[in-house]
Write a protein that binds this ligand. Structure first.
Ligand SMILES: [Zn+2]
Length: 233
């Protein structure tokens, strides 16, 4: 689980969400050398379902930062890896207002044109709701809107199937999970920590937190030991 691929100064807040380009490249190069292939959620799905086996891992970006396009895309292309970016459907070309409200630095989100290039480069998109809200706090009808309308809006705008959902803030409940299934998504990711291996719940997928301090030794611990599962949020 990545968010922003850029370096950010100390004290700017939420620094852990920003992984510098060189560290991102280093992380991918290690997995490449180990013989692993990085995949977007569509290509990863058969592995999660147990229909395919192989040395693969999923690469996801939450929120839709412009730097995913500017900085991460060339590195992904270098390794012939693909990734999924979860977009906030009502905030294409906007700013990370949900973080700015808390006093954190503003960042640009990908524009419509950049998302189209992201897709034409072989990458995929998923939904991160309409407005980046905590789903568990919403009424069922509002929740439905966030989950279903975001899918339709992104599909309409970018002419692709949007098969994967990402719960904003990792906030969900049984109703949200049910609505995600009804909407026709094939998976949903949380912010619960852990590596998924055998028969995961596709609508409550755990992920591995990658931060500005996930240096090689830590990356290997997180991916190949029970380290990540033992960490609390
Ligand atoms: Zn988010």
């Amino acid at each position: 689980m990545y968010h922003s691929i850029d370096s950010i100064d100390r004290g700017k807040g939420l620094r852990s969400l920003h992984v510098s380009s060189w560290l991102f490249k280093l992380q991918l190069s290690i997995l490449y050398i180990l013989g692993y292939k990085g995949l977007d959620m569509d290509r990863l799905l058969p592995y999660l379902k147990g229909e395919k086996t192989g040395k693969v891992f999923g690469i996801t970006f939450d929120d839709g930062y412009e730097n995913n396009y500017l900085n991460a895309l060339p590195i992904l292309e270098k390794y012939k890896y693909t990734a999924t970016c979860y977009l906030v459907a009502n905030n294409i070309g906007g700013k990370n207002y949900w973080d700015i409200q808390k006093g954190f630095a503003p960042h640009n989100m990908m524009t419509n044109r950049q998302i189209k290039k992201w897709i034409s480069s072989g990458m995929t998109i998923g939904s991160h709701s309409l407005n980046h809200v905590k789903l568990a706090d919403l009424s069922k009808s509002k929740m439905k809107k966030e989950i279903i309308e975001s899918k339709l809006k992104l599909e309409e705008e970018f002419k692709v199937k949007v098969n994967h959902f990402c719960y904003p803030y990792g906030s969900f409940n049984d109703t949200a999970e049910e609505l995600v299934k009804i909407a026709g998504y094939e998976s949903a990711v949380t912010v619960s920590r852990g590596v998924e291996n055998n028969s995961p719940n596709l609508f409550r997928l755990t992920r591995v937190f990658i931060t500005h301090r996930t240096y090689p030794h830590l990356l290997l611990l997180k991916l190949f030991s029970s380290y990540e599962k033992q960490r609390k949020k």
